[in-house]
Design a protein around this ligand. Structure first.
Ligand code: NAD
Ligand code: TDX
Length: 338
């Protein structure tokens, strides 16, 4: 199979390519990535001689058309992915997430190429802390942020192209990922790398918000199942029953550094901050037999802390600029718990 993977110089895509080279050696991988602030060729260094790398924009219809014409399938990870950045400047989110997906859909339609669309549970909005409900494939879309609304819009484009033009597409909506190669702007890597520098972790608001954590390798194993055996036209939710409050995650990260559980700062909360995400992945598990391999978050987190400690050369170049962006956005340490 000739597989085009977009956005694979980023966190999840890079892990997907590593896993693909390891577990599907017959697949010919071509990566298309614009190398934005979030992309890093170093994330693909270990597999550089096993893949083709094209630097370019997924919204470039001519380039995308050429690459798709030479592929049997596309997995589309490329996106602007950070909620906080989307509050500061939504414009690249509209371009990449909406126009980029549009360019890919037109190309796979023209060349009749199988397409898998990577999306997020954030398209469903949020849940109350005490709500027993979890998101399912039937939950109505109700996104909160510029990021999640552009992801929701891209999902709807895929559904429309599947129905109107018969594009052979599947969609997956996954919960919060953690693991190696995640940008230091994101919650878990930000706190680990702060602690390496002796800086206290930064918790938004009171830290009661809940995220449903999944190890990136479990996400990518599910993507392979869907690509190979998923029913065309269907959506699959991916989640590993990993609900934890942000405060609990910070306590666990502090524990990994031998620091007291309350040794963190409360900082300015995110505008419109979604309270809780929770995924019901019954369809994926029953239809495709997928199950997560990382069943305890504590073990996956310990391995992730070890990875960041051992790969300072990978994350260090982006750390200072990322923290400067947070400061410029008005994020401040609060003197008391809000
Ligand atoms: P990331 O920000 O780490 O990586 C994004 C990659 O896309 C980068 O390499 C960047 O250079 C590239 N890119 C951005 N704009 C581009 C453009 N116009 N053309 C080509 N390449 C471009 O993101 P991530 O966390 O790896 O997320 C990957 C996908 O998974 C996204 O679609 C995201 O919405 C989805 N997702 C992420 C999570 C999560 O927890 N991180 C959860 C569910 C779904
Ligand atoms: O310093 C921080 N302190 C903090 O308390 C940061 C960066 C975040 N947070 C909170 C905000 C969220 O409740 O931690 C939680 C996780 O934050 P992010 O890592 O920014 O992730 P989130 O906004 O939940 O979105 C992520 O999961 C879904 C990805 O970034 C998205 O791309 C994906 O779609």
């Amino acid at each position: 199979m000739r597989l085009l993977v977009t956005g694979a110089a980023g966190f999840i895509g890079a892990n997907f390519v590593h896993q693909s080279v390891r577990e599907h050696p017959d697949v010919e991988v071509t990566v298309l990535d614009a190398l934005t602030y979030a992309g890093d060729r170093a994330s693909l260094a270990e597999v550089a001689d096993r893949i083709s790398f094209v630097e370019g924009d997924v919204a470039d219809a001519e380039l995308v058309g050429r690459l798709v014409a030479g592929s049997d399938a596309v997995v589309h990870f490329a996106a602007e992915s950070h909620n906080d950045n989307s509050l500061a400047d939504p414009s690249p989110f509209l371009r990449t997430n909406l126009l980029g997906t549009y360019a890919l859909l037109e190309a796979v339609r023209a060349h009749d190429v199988r397409y898998h669309h990577i999306s997020t549970d954030e398209v469903y909005g949020d849940l109350e802390l005490d709500d027993p409900a979890r998101f399912t494939e039937q939950t109505p879309y109700n996104p909160s942020s510029p990021y999640s609304s552009t992801k929701a819009g891209s999902d709807l484009l895929v559904r429309a192209w599947a129905r109107s033009f018969g594009v052979r597409a599947t969609i997956s909506n996954c919960s919060n990922n953690y693991g190696p190669y995640q940008h230091v702007e994101k919650f878990i890597p930000r706190q680990i790398t702060n602690l390496v520098d002796g800086v206290r972790p930064k918790l938004y608001g009171a830290g009661e918000n809940v995220r449903d954590w999944i190890h990136v390798e479990d996400h990518n194993a599910a993507v392979w199942e869907i690509l190979e055996r998923g029913r065309v036209g269907e959506t699959y939710l991916i989640g590993a029953d990993g609900e934890l409050s942000n405060r609990r995650v910070v306590e666990l990260v502090l524990g990994a550094f031998g620091r007291p559980a309350d040794d963190f700062d409360h900082v300015t909360d995110r505008a419109g901050h979604d309270l809780r995400y929770a995924i019901d992945s019954t369809k994926l598990r029953e239809e495709l037999g997928w199950a997560p391999r990382y069943t305890t978050f504590e073990d996956g987190l310990a391995a992730t802390v070890d990875w960041y400690r051992a790969h300072e050369g990978w994350w260090r170049p982006r750390k200072a600029a990322t923290e400067a962006r947070y400061t410029a956005s008005g994020q401040e340490v609060l003197s008391a718990r809000p």
